[in-house]
Design a protein around this ligand. Structure first.
Ligand code: FPP
Length: 233
C-alpha cells in the first residue's frame, strides 16, 4: 500500500473456513475456531494500524445455533474469553469494542461483559471493532422496522439506518468473505447496498496481512459511483 492510496473507512469480514482449517490438520473443529481468534487479533492490528477506522466481524449468525451443542458452547466460551482477555489491550490501543446481535441466547454474565467492554472502551479514538454475535441481517431489518412502527414516525433512507443495530457505524466500504464460498449468509443486508465485495479462497485462520493489502490495493483502484456516472469515462 502506498500512503496516498484511497483507504476504506469501514471493512467487514465473514470469517469462514475455521472448520476446514482444523479438518485439514485432522483436528476437531474447535481448534479451527481457536486459531480463528488469533487471526482476529492480527487482522485488528493490521486494519487499525493502516488507519482504517471501522472493522466489523461476523462471529456468530442467528442460524449458527443449529450447530452441534458442543461447537456452540465452544464458540460462546471463545467469545467470553475474548471479551475478558482482549479488553485491556483494546482499551490501551483506543479501540471501541461494540457487540451487535441479539443477546437472547447469552447468559447474564456474558451480557455484563459485553456492556462493560463498551463502557471501558467507548472513549477510544483509534478505531471501532464491532463483533456481530447472534447477528442476522434480516433480524436487524425486522427489529428496525418494528422500532420505526413503535415510534410512529415515517422513515426515509437517511433516518431508517438510525434504527438498525449498526446505527453508530458507517456502511461498510468493503466486505470480505474468506473460505471460498460466494454468498452473503444473512450478514449486513441493508448496509451493504454499495459495498465492494471480495471473496477469498483462503481459510480464515490462514488470512494474512499480505492478502489484506492486496484487497486494499484493489479497493484503492475502484471507481465507486453509487449509482451515478463518472464524467471522466
Ligand atoms: C466459520 O467457520 C466461522 C464461524 C462460524 C465463527 C467465526 C468465529 C471465530 C473466528 C471465533 C470466535 C471468535 C469470537 C471472538 C467470537 P466454519 O466453522 O463455518 O468453517 P467451515 O466452513 O470450514 O466449516
Amino acid at each position: 500500500m502506498r500512503s496516498d492510496d484511497k483507504l476504506p473507512v469501514h471493512i467487514a469480514f465473514i470469517m469462514d473456513g475455521n472448520g476446514r482449517w482444523a479438518k485439514k490438520r485432522l483436528l476437531p473443529r474447535k481448534f479451527g475456531h481457536r486459531e480463528g481468534v488469533k487471526t482476529i487479533d492480527r487482522v485488528a492490528d493490521d486494519v487499525f494500524g493502516r488507519g482504517i477506522k471501522y472493522l466489523t466481524l461476523f462471529a456468530f449468525s442467528t442460524e449458527n445455533w443449529k450447530r452441534p451443542k458442543d461447537e456452540v458452547s465452544g464458540l460462546l466460551a471463545l467469545f467470553d474469553n475474548y471479551l475478558t482477555k482482549r479488553l485491556p489491550k483494546l482499551e490501551r490501543d483506543g479501540v471501541v469494542l461494540r457487540v451487535i446481535g441479539s443477546e437472547r441466547g447469552l447468559n447474564d454474565e456474558l451480557r455484563g461483559k459485553i456492556d462493560e467492554a463498551y463502557k471501558r472502551t467507548c472513549g477510544g479514538t483509534k478505531g471501532n471493532l464491532t463483533i456481530c454475535f447472534d447477528y442476522g441481517g434480516r433480524a436487524d431489518i425486522i427489529g428496525a422496522v418494528n422500532r420505526c412502527v413503535e415510534s410512529g414516525v415515517k422513515v426515509d433512507e437517511s433516518s431508517f439506518p438510525t434504527f438498525l443495530q449498526t446505527a453508530e457505524l458507517p456502511d461498510p466500504d468493503i466486505i470480505v468473505r474468506t473460505g471460498g464460498e460466494h454468498r452473503i449468509s444473512n450478514f449486513l443486508l441493508y448496509q451493504m447496498a454499495y459495498s465492494e465485495l471480495y471473496f477469498s479462497d483462503t481459510l480464515w485462520p490462514d488470512f494474512t496481512a499480505k492478502e489484506l493489502d492486496d484487497i486494499l490495493k484493489a479497493y484503492s483502484k475502484t471507481d465507486r459511483r453509487f449509482g451515478g456516472v463518472d464524467e471522466k469515462r
